[in-house]
Design a protein around this ligand. Structure first.
Ligand code: AMP
Ligand code: ZN
Length: 436
């Protein structure tokens, strides 16, 4: 198998030197974090006045975790470690309470992030000759712009088409002989189911590779997509708090994702106790970013469950590999690649005066795509027999939900007492999606 590198020295660095590099960068990161009110308070409590107080990597374990809640509470500037005028880009995602989180990057931060993406892209065998159709959503979401910049840095021809509009996606793939796409697995499956409608067979495309990200998928789904299109599909993992995609990516051997340890200190912890677990043990992924000056984050709890493996990869890269994401430690749902917290839905429906006290969230697979249905009980006085009134209410709830969670749910209205009631802990989410 052909193995190409973007930065051979870093990618194949021996583990001892890699650890030394991490320690150096971690000290710098601590110095940088001390510029923020948030970490100054925290680090001083942990007896850290400067990065030099860190004796080795093990000392990191003595520092407290950072959570999404911390990010929300520090919104908008509590974690900003440079002057705002140095920031060249920000990304943001909404969260459980509607309070967004925001991530800042300086020009150097952006460069380093782009480099990780270029490295990831080259690890899959892509070159400057590739035509790259980026079907991830652009905008505040990091999936679009992240891979876009990485693709340009490699010198690929980048088509910034963004998500949706299947007919146009297929036409563009044919017009420009697209060789690689970045897409959610569910959308790539969906496109396949619609090829015939647009008079297209997979052989009519020039596709050779796909980067699959933003949502969990199984090995079987990967194989299925590879067979349907006759391509190689690579798993890509990232999250906005750690810049976005480019945290971990599969190489041509496709045996889980190299996690770029020169840029991230990786820990797997027991989510209940916070204790750090060994390689091979499943737990919550905790990341410290080493290459971002504008907004350092230490020991960030991703809520993603996974494990690490340390055995050498045939490609020669020394960076450990991260398993597929096996679940979450919170109740976040990923619906067609978009993160949705049940509490966001609750907040919206409970603010509608006609809605009673009970609701239910249902997720189904329809074809390849996920479908979200929000069922709400409404007060009896609403059932006056006037259908138009109910339709308007349904549309109003759907619109409010769309504004909050950015996807379009189906809304069902029910009379009181129809939805399951709970005496103990309510189970409001019914997820009918099966492993494909
Ligand atoms: P966001 O911050 O919106 O980019 O969402 C990040 C979250 O998406 C991660 O914490 C994961 O839960 C999920 N995610 C991203 N990439 C993958 C992947 N390849 N497999 C499974 N889940 C993923
Ligand atoms: Zn490898």
């Amino acid at each position: 198998m052909d193995v190409a590198f973007w930065n051979r020295e870093i990618e194949t660095m021996d583990r001892r030197r890699l650890t030394e590099l991490q320690v150096t960068r971690l000290r710098d990161t601590l110095d940088q974090a001390l510029h923020t009110p948030f970490y100054r308070r925290r680090l001083e409590k942990a007896q850290i006045q400067s990065g030099q107080d860190l004796r080795g990597l093990e000392d990191l374990r003595t520092l407290p975790f950072t959570t999404k809640d911390d990010l929300r509470q520090s919104f908008p500037f509590g974690l900003l470690a440079v002057d705002f005028s140095e920031v060249v880009r920000l990304h943001s995602s909404s969260g459980t309470t509607g309070v967004p989180t925001v991530i800042y990057l300086t020009q150097d931060d952006l460069d380093r992030w782009t480099d990780l993406l270029a490295r990831s892209i080259v690890a899959t065998g892509c070159t400057s000759k590739d035509v790259f159709q980026n079907m991830m959503t652009y905008g505040l979401f990091t999936g679009g712009l992240g891979l876009h910049y990485g693709g340009e840095r490699v010198g690929m021809t980048v088509i910034p088409i963004g998500g949706g509009n299947t007919q146009r996606q297929i036409r563009v793939m044919k017009d420009f002989k697209t060789t690689v796409v970045h897409i959610t697995p569910s959308y790539l499956l969906h496109i396949h189911s619609r090829l015939a409608e647009f008079d297209t067979r997979p052989e009519d495309l020039s596709l050779r590779r796909a980067f699959l990200g933003a949502e969990p998928h199984s090995e079987n789904t990967r194989r299925k997509l590879e067979d349907l299109y006759g391509i190689d599909a690579y798993n890509s993992y990232g999250l906005s708090e750690m810049n976005g995609p480019g945290v971990a990516f599969e190489c041509v051997y496709k045996q889980d994702m190299h996690i770029w340890e020169d840029a991230y200190v990786v820990e797997i912890i027991d989510p209940a106790t916070g204790e750090v677990l060994d390689d091979g043990q499943k737990g919550e992924l905790v990341l410290t970013i080493l290459t971002r000056r504008a907004m350092p984050l230490l020991r960030y709890r991703t809520r993603d469950l996974a494990f690490l493996h340390a055995e050498p990869c045939p490609c020669g890269r020394t960076h450990r590999r991260l398993s597929r994401i096996l679940g979450r430690t919170d109740d976040m749902l990923i619906i067609n690649g978009v993160n949705v917290f049940p509490s966001q839905i609750e907040e919206v429906v409970m603010a509608v005066p006609e809605v009673g006290t009970n609701y239910q969230i249902q997720v189904d697979k329809v074809g390849a795509l996920d479908r979200l249905t929000v069922k709400v009980e409404i007060y009896p006085k609403m059932f006056t027999g006037e259908a138009a009134l109910l339709d308007r209410l349904k549309a109003r709830i759907a619109e409010k939900l769309r504004a909050s969670i950015t996807i379009n749910p189906r809304v069902e209205l029910h009379e009181p007492g129809v939805l399951p009631a709970f005496e103990g802990k309510a189970k409001r989410v019914v997820d009918n999606r099966q492993e494909m």
